[in-house]
Design a protein around this ligand. Structure first.
Ligand SMILES: [Zn+2]
Ligand SMILES: [Zn+2]
Length: 337
């Protein structure tokens, strides 16, 4: 749930590239059609038998997306049919968009964490989810002209090549072998309930998904767990405790000082929580009013929606930890306790 999707899911597949990260480990930089995110990363490693483990697979919703993945794989002498294991860090369209196409073309096992209702609910009942999101937005005090944008289900519905088959549950502790050693699944919810990182302990490499990135740009799937921000802070702590040497994010370049990035993201969340508390000092505010107090009224409707959802996640965290309480009439308002 990220607000209005792009008008078309077509990408410039000629811009897809494979970049060597380390021997036997490649970053596939796959273009995205979103205005604010230029690309998503997939990572490829070999298995002992020479076929591939692919972590994430980029956005979908248009044949150009699979063409982009094919182009990047061709640069390392491979094709989609070589994928033996498709490991999804979390159920967002930019990480599993081409999974249905890959599953139809390769003899592969698809691994995803079971908590993916946050994405798949839309496929089961698009109109119902849209209605529910619109109702939620009105309860958050969103002005009527922004309700449609908050209720949009286009990403889940159209940003993928089809319904994604899950062959194996990517539960915490699951181990996936590769020629570089086994990758262990670490549950890291917060950004999404289904979020998992994959850690290769001997090499100190973490496939980080959207847990962290080169810039601090937090986003949270609200509505499926009571406290996504609390989960995210715990996940940042869990990832930091692994002390990876290298973290490979879902967007942007490899992170060569992961400890500093985990600390910066944790500090960034703490700063925003403090800003929300300051906004609530002396006033009971709706989530929308709180978002305006924090971020103003951005021109860009996408940004207005994502700032609102981010703010709601901070308010839920303050309520979950007892720092704030809400009154719930037709519109929900938060105040400090
Ligand atoms: Zn994501
Ligand atoms: Zn992403």
């Amino acid at each position: 749930m990220v607000g209005p999707p792009p008008a078309s899911w077509e990408i410039d597949s000629s811009a897809a590239v494979a970049l060597a990260v380390e021997p036997g480990l490649w970053r596939l930089r796959l273009p995205l059609p979103w205005r604010h995110i230029s690309h998503a990363n997939a990572y490829a490693v070999e298995r002992e038998d020479g076929r591939l483990v692919l972590f994430d697979c980029g956005g979908g919703g248009d044949p150009s997306c699979l063409a982009g993945l094919e182009r990047a794989l061709a640069q390392i002498g491979r094709g989609v049919a070589d994928i033996a294991e498709l490991v999804i860090t979390h159920a967002h369209s930019d990480h599993l968009g081409t999974a249905a196409s890959i599953a139809a073309r390769a003899d592969c096992t698809v691994w995803i964490h079971p908590a993916r209702a946050h994405f798949e609910d839309v496929g089961a009942d698009p109109a119902g989810v849209r209605t529910q999101r619109a109702r939620g937005a009105r309860r958050w005090g969103v002005p009527e002209e922004l309700v449609d944008e908050c209720a949009d289900v286009g990403e889940e519905l159209h940003g993928v090549d089809g319904a994604v088959r899950c062959d194996r549950a990517l539960a915490a502790g699951t181990s996936i072998p590769s020629a570089l050693g086994a990758w262990r699944a670490i549950a890291t919810p917060g950004h999404a309930p289904s979020h998992v990182c994959l850690f290769q302990p001997e090499r100190g490499v973490l496939i980080a998904g959207d847990l962290v990135g080169p810039i601090f740009a937090p986003s949270f799937d609200v509505g499926y767990t009571p406290d996504p921000v609390g989960e995210q802070l715990a996940s940042l702590g869990a990832a930091a405790a692994l002390r990876p040497r290298l973290a490979l994010p879902g967007h942007g370049r490899p992170l060569t000082d992961p400890a500093a990035v985990f600390a910066a993201h944790t500090g960034g969340v703490a700063e925003r929580l403090a800003a929300v508390k300051a906004a609530l000092a002396g006033a009971a505010l709706t989530p929308y009013e709180t978002a305006v107090a924090l971020f103003g009224r951005p021109e860009d409707p996408d940004e207005r929606v994502w700032r609102l959802i981010e703010t709601l996640a901070y308010l839920e965290h303050l309520a979950a930890t007892g720092a704030a309480a809400s009154t719930d009439d037709a519109v929900i308002r938060f105040r400090l306790t």
